[in-house]
Design a protein around this ligand. Structure first.
Ligand code: HEM
Length: 558
């Protein structure tokens, strides 16, 4: 090759290189422009829709309003937004999705109760439903439709209003055992409340009681439920940030460490199915919910994951909620001792010392009933009304659009915190629920609270929870003086009525209190009734060979 040829060939290589670089730059610029145009078009659409929706902060492209979310307790922030925009119904964009927050009882009733059929569905819930692995196999998450109807019907066969009266015997016994345990071990009152609530649903589901506070159903399952509830509150950290950026969930798990906490999904299903199958084969009890489910399974083509979710929901939806409500009751007693003498007077007059309250006493205990309602209202456990509802077609509220399939959440905190219905809302005041009291105000439903949700998705276990909460609070009020603890110097240890967990189901942060029987005759009655209750409950004694930890590495049950 001559020197000339060499120079020419070098030049042509350089030229080719330059053309390639130019091509790549053009491609890059082209893609950038396309991306920018798409982003602008998408943002223009967001702003266009935003104008039609209930008021709320202007969304940013892609992230919507997510950056505005507080680290903790967003329900307080949404309550403030409703005041700022002077509208009980507001819009808050989670990423590119507008979510609608209802902050007032009348608007909630108008939309979710009066238009129950329209708002009977759930929206897409990436974190709570899809990544958890059970999604549309669980009643709690299901879109409205035939399968939801089947699950709702089956759940009612277990804990519907007709059924729960039959459970009064063992529910009362378990509550007597709770009082007996608290008498002997008052420091661990929270654990005894958890055992009580878990045991009641365990007897219903599996015909087996939870006798010990170290039972894995309490130490493992309840702990995981509480953690899951904390993770599923709208927020800007993991995992909820994936509701803002759903594409983050599309990575293969081996290269996406943020998806690791979701494991293989469905291990809870495998555990609950194993418990159900075991109880179906071994339990001697009737009625026993799992036996009924296995009998109905062929008729409704229930797959194992569905059997697992129907039984698992008793624990997932029923035990933490019920026990947290009782912990709130204890906190209210400590913080508002002035509300107790009226309850004691009523209980002493109607019940006396030689027996504890029964359901037959209920009509004669109006103040205690009002006390229970105020516990449900004051610090409602499902603080944002459980899972969101979703309209099955476009709807309008005061001319504002509520789009089909959108995320519509009742903010129970704001609803129960409204000065108009509940003056001085942070003050625990049972008189609000006495109809002849000057503290009582109009409310859109007869119960006077919205603790159990709305419309067709109203809590399936409401009857069981209300029945159990009444008998337990009546008994604990009758049995004990529940007061602030005292330090070494005899001074009261203050309690903080705002120190609550950040979960979807909230409960008071740990606090110490003093729990002593109100009199010697009452102490004797607690002991006698507790021992008798244990004897009566012994028919439900039993063991399981399964714990949740055995299922950590096992796949879904199909
Ligand atoms: C104090 C106790 C309880 C409270 C405060 C409570 C509250 C709630 C709330 C607010 C909802 C959502 C309602 C809605 O979407 O409008 C709900 C749903 C549900 N609850 Fe409860 N609950 C309690 C106890 C129970 C118990 C004991 C069970 C069963 C044993 C249960 C089973 C369910 C189920 C299955 C759903 C889903 C219903 C559906 O989506 O169709 N809950 N609960």
């Amino acid at each position: 090759m001559s020197a000339n040829h060499l120079v020419e060939s070098l030049d042509s290589k350089r030229l080719e290189g330059s053309i390639l670089t130019l091509d790549l730059s053009l491609l890059f610029i082209g893609l950038l422009c396309l991306g920018l145009v798409t982003l602008l078009a998408d943002y223009a659409y967001m702003l266009y829709i935003h104008r039609k929706l209930p008021p709320g902060p202007i969304p940013l492209p892609l992230i919507g309003n997510t950056h505005l979310l507080p680290e903790n307790k967003p329900w307080i922030y949404f309550e403030a937004l409703a005041k700022q925009y002077d509208s009980p119904v507001i819009t808050f964009w989670i990423g590119r999705n507008p979510t609608i927050w209802i902050n007032d009882a009348w608007a909630a009733s108008e939309l979710l109760d009066k238009k129950a059929a329209l708002y009977a569905s759930r929206p897409r819930m990436l974190v709570f439903s899809e990544l958890s692995g059970v999604g549309q196999y669980n009643l709690v998450n299901m879109y409205y439709g035939d399968r939801w109807r089947v699950h709702r019907k089956l759940t009612h066969q277990g804990v519907g209003l007709q059924q729960v009266r039959k459970y009064r015997g063992f529910q009362n016994n378990e509550s007597q055992v709770m009082a007996f345990n608290i008498l002997h071990d008052p420091e661990r009152f929270v654990t005894h409340m958890e055992r009580y609530a878990t045991s009641v649903v365990s007897i219903i589901g599996f015909g087996r009681r939870v006798a010990s506070i170290s039972d894995p159903l309490i130490t493992q399952v309840l702990a995981i439920m509480q953690r899951a509830a904390e993770l599923n509150v709208p927020g800007k950290s993991f995992p909820m940030i994936m509701e803002t950026f759903p594409w983050l969930a599309k990575f293969p798990k081996r290269i996406a460490p943020w998806l690791k906490p979701f494991g293989k999904g469905g291990r809870g299903s495998a555990f609950y199915y194993a418990l159900a199958d075991e109880a179906n084969k071994t339990s001697q009890q009737e009625p026993c919910y799992v036996k009924q489910l296995f009998r109905e399974a062929p008729k409704y083509n229930l797959i194992p994951t569905e059997i697992a979710s129907l039984t698992g929901n008793l624990f997932g939806a029923g035990s933490d909620t019920s026990s947290s409500t009782l912990v709130t009751f204890a906190l209210a007693c400590c913080a508002f001792p002035e509300t107790l003498p009226a309850a004691w007077e009523e209980l002493d007059r109607v019940v006396g010392s030689h027996r504890s309250p029964s359901w037959e006493d209920e009509p004669h205990l109006p103040y205690v009933k009002a006390f229970v309602k105020e516990v449900f209202r004051w610090r409602s456990v499902a603080i944002i009304g459980g899972q969101p509802h979703s309209p099955t077609k476009d709807d309008y509220w005061k001319g504002y659009l509520i789009p089909k399939n959108s995320w519509v959440q009742g903010n129970t905190w704001a609803i129960h915190h409204n000065e108009r219905e509940f003056p001085e809302p942070d003050r625990f005041n049972p008189n609000r629920f006495l109809c002849d009291s000057s503290d009582s105000r109009p409310f859109p439903n007869d119960k006077g609270y919205m603790t159990f949700g709305w419309g067709r998705r109203v809590c399936s276990g409401q009857g069981l929870a209300e029945q159990g909460t009444f008998i337990s609070i009546a008994r604990l009020l009758w049995a004990f003086r529940i007061e602030k603890a005292r330090n070494k110097d005899g001074q009261e240890v203050p309690v903080d009525i705002f120190a609550y967990t950040n979960g979807l189901n909230m409960r008071p942060e740990p606090f110490s209190c003093s729990i002593v029987p109100r009199s010697e005759p009452i102490r004797d009655t607690i002991v006698a009734e507790g021992k008798e209750a244990l004897l009566e409950l012994s028919v439900y004694d039993g063991e399981t060979k399964y714990t949740l930890s055995q299922f950590y590495e096992k796949p879904n049950v199909g």
